[in-house]
Write a protein of this length. Structure first.
Length: 74
């Protein structure tokens, strides 16, 4: 789990400001990855996680609002 968090932190820090960027975060086992969208470029980050039948796109409206408030949102 700590390797996933470290990968997420690297992605959040490395990206320039943009409306939205799609990223792929490879997992340590080399067989799977996390697909994510990043919004904003603030110094503070928020990770939004979906569940059930929803996808990362379901968070887009909330992510855009948070990015406008100065957060980097994954």
């Amino acid at each position: 789990m700590s390797s996933i968090l470290a990968a997420i932190a690297l992605v959040l820090v490395a990206l320039p400001a943009a409306a939205q960027q799609t990223v792929t975060i490879p997992l340590a086992d080399g067989h799977a990855s996390i697909q994510a969208d990043i919004y904003g470029s603030g110094a503070r980050g928020i990770v939004l996680a979906h569940g059930g039948r929803f996808g990362k796109e379901s968070w887009a409206p909330q992510a855009q609002v948070l990015a406008q408030k100065g957060f980097t949102v994954l």
